[in-house]
Design a binder for this molecule. Structure first.
Ligand SMILES: N[C@@H](CCOP(=O)(O)O)C(=O)O
Length: 498
């Protein structure tokens, strides 16, 4: 399988290992398959398949430059007993015609683990295949979840070093504790005085700073990414859409071939794009419902076809979704524009120069057919957590609540009776302050671990192993810098390890 940039010519193709190591194309575009696999996956077999078998099928389609043995070993190491559920991404019981796809049973309690438990193994194999002797610097921007999951996945992984930038004051106390508490001799997390977009924009700029990259090369380093801009992050996420479908057939709730909707809490657009790729591989999906918080740039985009980032940035109770520049939308538009890199390049230039772009009517028609979109305010998020807890005794986190709220709104206004999965992207224990207040009506007097304990006292359910493990971490001091100092800080960090 060959990969190309969403913004550049076809003659600069990379194979899968090269694409995974590279992370971001030289022209600033995202790497995508030159030709999307034409084969559909055998959905009738899904109910009998393990999660590991489903991932294997998908990786074999997209990453066929790896040996079957390399893929198999990566899968075995990534999806083992570090998960709190043998099914890896189990589904919850029926809530009316809606189901919850629980993606938070991995070591850092968010959906990012699904890909970031396997990416380090794929990266190591890629480095072997490409005979690279440089140390790989995993440069990562995070609004809370990716950073922790990247640090956990790459912890002590030979030949790699992880540097994470997160917004100071823009992540939850538990997310912060997780980042500052990850153990490993190759991990650094640094706060910036800015928001996630500032961190991601600067990371992308540093990626393509030719002079800086040459200096790094001379000293035996090169960059890669753990964000969803890396195709190695995105492809493994396709698996849980297929797994969810198989589990629902297995429970007798749908028949093979029936349509499903998936409602996805969306920030950087990687998760929902994996759903779109699953649909392209033959999974019967009716609508992908793009759910946003008060940073509702995507809701407006799906309504009008204009992407306009010129708006206020809000820090909300769903911090991982506090994003105004959704990187992976570029991959969707590239696909809907029939791989027209020139057009995508024009849109992305307009976004940088003018702060907005308007897609053409062909793209807009396809968006209307395949997607729905909506957003929830912070108050609506709290009400939704309370509503679900009271109705079903089921605890959801604020990001999942965004998707749950938007799903109800969509179903009421469109009379769509298609069974729907609400994609549950994080454990409620990552956001105990918000969840406690939502279900009790009172603010919790504690924060972080103490708030987790207070929440458990209310719901009286035992902690899973991965939640329990949070109590065993000691944390490092927080380091805070200006976004303009990111490159210099990387340089200093690496110089100290030359
Ligand atoms: N929601 C993310 C932001 C980065 O998104 P990614 O999917 O590109 O890694 C986070 O929690 O860090």
């Amino acid at each position: 399988m060959q990969y190309r940039s969403t913004r550049g010519p076809l003659d600069k193709n990379l194979n899968a290992p090269q694409a995974i190591i590279k992370g971001l194309a030289d022209d600033g575009g995202l790497l995508v398959p030159t030709k999307f696999p034409s084969s559909s996956l055998p959905i009738e077999n899904l109910p009998k398949m393990t999660y590991q078998q489903i991932v294997h099928l998908i990786l074999t389609l997209f990453f066929n430059d790896f040996t079957p043995d390399q893929l198999q070993k990566s899968i075995e190491q990534a999806y083992g007993d570090q998960w709190d559920s043998q099914q890896i991404t189990p589904i919850s019981n029926s809530h009316s015609n809606n189901y919850y796809l629980e993606l938070f049973h991995g070591p850092t309690l968010a959906f990012k683990d699904v890909a970031l438990q396997i990416l380090p193994y794929l990266m190591t194999s890629a480095v072997t295949i490409e005979q690279i002797s440089n140390k790989i610097i995993i440069l990562t921007a995070t609004s809370g979840d990716t950073g922790t999951a990247a640090m956990r996945g790459f912890s002590n992984q030979p030949g790699t070093q992880v540097i994470v930038f997160y917004p100071h004051g823009g992540v939850s106390p538990v997310q912060l504790k997780q980042m500052l508490g990850q153990r490993g001799n190759n991990l650094t997390a640094i706060a910036i005085e800015g928001n996630f977009d500032d961190a991601q924009t600067e990371v992308k700029r540093i990626f393509n700073d030719t002079v800086f990259n040459q200096q790094l090369q001379q000293n035996g380093y090169q960059f890669s990414s753990a964000n969803s801009m890396n195709i190695g992050r995105l492809i493994p996420q396709i698996a849980y859409y297929f797994s969810a479908y198989g589990q629902l057939v297995d429970k007798g709730k749908i028949k093979v071939g029936d349509d499903l909707n998936f409602a996805v809490p969306t920030g950087n657009f990687g998760d929902i794009l994996a759903g779109y790729y699953a649909k392209k591989l033959g999974l019967p999906i009716n609508k992908l419902i793009c759910a946003s918080d008060e940073n509702n740039v995507l809701t407006d985009f799906f309504k009008t076809g204009e992407y306009n980032r010129q708006r206020e940035f809000y820090l909300t109770n769903s911090p991982a979704m506090d994003i105004l520049v959704s990187s992976n939308l570029e991959r969707l538009l590239f696909d809907l524009a029939d791989n027209n890199a020139e057009l995508i390049s024009k849109y992305m230039d307009q976004l940088v120069q003018e702060g907005h772009y308007q897609v053409n009517s062909i793209i807009k028609d396809q968006l209307d057919r395949q997607f729905a979109a909506g957003f929830a305010t912070q108050d609506q998020v709290s009400q939704e957590i309370q509503r679900i807890y009271e109705a079903d005794g089921y605890l959801i986190d604020p990001h999942t609540a965004v998707a749950s709220f938007v799903t109800n709104q969509y179903q009421a206004s469109h009379n769509d009776k298609t069974p729907t999965f609400i994609v549950s992207t994080a454990s409620p224990y990552k956001f105990p302050e918000t969840v406690y207040k939502a279900i009790t009506g009172k603010p919790v007097s504690s924060s972080g671990l103490a708030a987790i304990q207070d929440l458990q006292n209310i719901i009286q359910q035992p902690f899973s192993n991965n939640v329990q493990a949070l109590f065993n971490q000691s944390i490092r001091a927080e380091q805070i810098i200006q976004p303009t100092k990111m490159e210099e800080t990387i340089s200093k960090l690496l110089t100290s390890t030359y």
